[in-house]
Design a protein around this ligand. Structure first.
Ligand code: NAD
Ligand code: UGA
Length: 462
């Protein structure tokens, strides 16, 4: 099928950047990103400095292609109808209620998309799963798409996204691989060919991998599980290092030099955050249990459990080093984003660390170069709602939560501890010697990313 018009449902961290890169590389195709949240669409159409997603290099691409062949629209139905190819890039969070709550992926947004497409489509469509989905979701989507009985043929492709936030544009331009899963029927193969053609505009052919649909869906979950597993592995070693005097940085280097292991994803941290690792692994655990693979489920569950352990271990270290009493002690949190170069704070370790400190009545000051006070409060309130906290406790904790735009000045003013949670480059450049000296050697700095170049007894590495 010749693709002249693409519609992408979901204008988030995946939909926005992915479609911008397709539009830039395929100038003859009109790409429209739609979303059920009109504020998001407004923001994508607004000031380039205030796009809903911050990614290095993104605003420059948007500037080039917006309103040329890349459009952002709230008119979902019209754009489904107009397009030959529809990407579903909606969120698939962990289910909050019902069967599988707390583990399974909530497919309500994906199913809503499929229902919408089935209702609106008047001509044949290629429907592309861009969201991360449990293996065999395509079956469910096909059922929904065919339920209208409107004589439209739908071909479903799985094309999971592997970009990482903070490097999304670079990842999209130079993908390690593009994965396309399809059925083996003639029409499905032809649909896959249409998608291959699009990616071939900038991705070398040998990097475009075709598989069956289930392999493609499962490869995405498996990739995230393997990446997260490396982080939990290195973090588990950071705990052993602390007990034994081994140095985790030296350990990480020594392990990574083995070419069979490789150096990437061996940076110890306060624990991985982000919207995907935890939810995708929990989803994998749920799937394993569904298939009766209890030992496999437990194996992967440990990756998330070690991550929780690491966040708790870091926080407890702060408390213990402040003599077990942090009431009204001033603690500055450096970084709220789940990683540097991103404005995304979903599942950031900073939320969990701050929650624990606030619950013990510490005075918590937060700074992040990209994340605003309103988002910090939203993140904490979301967690508190999940923990069923009552208003009285929430108000007490919020009273102890402060924000600063001048972190160095704030730190210099009677701070007991600093917790570096996000690896923002700027944090390395602070005058840490001045900070330590001015505090009469009383301040403690907990470097949750091991980013500070110097050694000092007041700097506690992860
Ligand atoms: P997101 O929350 O940033 O964006 C999803 C968007 O979909 C939201 O703006 C929401 O309003 C919209 N939406 C939901 N239901 C809709 C509907 N029925 N109609 C129209 N719009 C609807 O999510 P994201 O981070 O972009 O992730 C999307 C998917 O991609 C998830 O499955 C995720 O696991 C996967 N993924 C994410 C990343 C990442 O780095 N964030 C990377 C790879 C894969
Ligand atoms: C991750 C994967 O890397 C992407 O391939 C995948 O597409 C994406 O999830 C997804 O499915 O959403 P992302 O979460 O954006 O990407 O960012 P990562 O670079 O993987 O970092 C995740 C978390 O792990 C961050 O909190 C990061 O700081 C932490 N991390 C990463 C470590 O603690 N140590 C490391 O060595 C690497």
């Amino acid at each position: 099928m010749k693709v002249n018009n693409i519609c992408c449902i979901g204008a988030g961290y995946v939909g926005g950047p992915t479609m911008a890169v397709i539009a830039l590389n395929c100038p003859k195709i009109n790409v429209t990103v739609v979303d059920s949240n009109p504020n998001k669409i407004r923001a994508w159409n607004g000031d380039l400095e205030k796009l809903p997603v911050f990614e290095p290099g993104l605003k420059e691409i948007i500037k080039k292609v917006r309103n040329k062949n890349l459009f952002f629209s709230a008119d979902i139905d019209k754009n489904i109808d107009l397009s030959e190819m529809i990407f579903m890039a909606v969120n698939t969070p962990t289910k909050e209620s019902g069967e599988g709550a707390g583990m399974a992926a909530d497919l309500k947004y994906v199913e809503a998309c499929a229902r919408n497409i089935a209702k609106v489509a008047k001509s044949d469509k290629i429907v592309v799963e861009k969201s991360t989905l449990p293996v065999r979701t395509a079956e469910k989507i096909k059922e929904i798409l065919d339920s209208e009985g409107n004589d439209v043929n739908f071909e479903i492709l799985s094309n999971p996204e592997f970009l990482a936030e903070g490097t999304a544009i670079q990842d999209l331009f130079k993908s390690d691989r593009v994965l396309i899963g399809s059925d083996s029927t003639k029409t499905a193969k032809s649909a896959a060919k249409s998608l291959i053609e699009i990616y071939s505009s900038w991705i070398p052919k040998e990097k475009i991998l075709t598989t069956n649909v289930w392999s493609s869906e499962l490869s995405k979950l498996a990739s995230n599980a393997m990446l997260a597993q490396r982080i939990s592995s290195i973090n588990s070693f950071s705990a052993i290092c602390e007990k034994t005097g081994a140095d985790i940085k030296e350990l990480s280097k020594a392990i990574g030099l083995d070419r069979r292991i490789g150096p990437k994803f061996l940076e110890p941290s306060v624990g991985f955050g982000g919207s995907c690792f935890q939810k995708d692994i929990l989803n994998l655990v749920y799937l394993c249990k569904h298939y009766g693979l209890y030992e496999v489920a437990e194996y992967w569950h440990q990756v998330v459990k070690i991550n929780d352990y690491q966040k708790n271990r870091f926080t407890q270290k702060i408390i213990d080093n402040l003599d077990g009493e942090i009431k009204q002690k001033k603690i500055v949190i450096l970084g709220w984003a789940f990683k540097s170069n991103s404005n995304d704070s979903r599942e950031s370790a900073s939320i969990y660390v701050s929650d624990k400190l606030l619950s013990l009545d510490a005075k918590v000051y937060v700074f992040d170069p990209l994340i605003k006070k309103t988002q910090v409060i939203l993140d904490l309130k979301k967690l508190w709602k999940k923990k069923l906290l009552v208003k009285k406790d929430i108000d007490r904790m919020l009273k102890n939560l402060e924000f600063t735009n001048d972190p160095q000045e704030t730190i210099l003013n009677r701070t007991s501890a600093v917790a570096i949670i996000t690896g923002w480059n700027d944090f390395k450049k602070y005058d840490w010697n001045k900070i330590i000296n001015q505090s009469n050697n009383k301040i403690l700095i907990f470097d949750g990313r091991n980013i500070l170049p110097m050694k000092h007894k007041r700097i506690l590495k992860i």
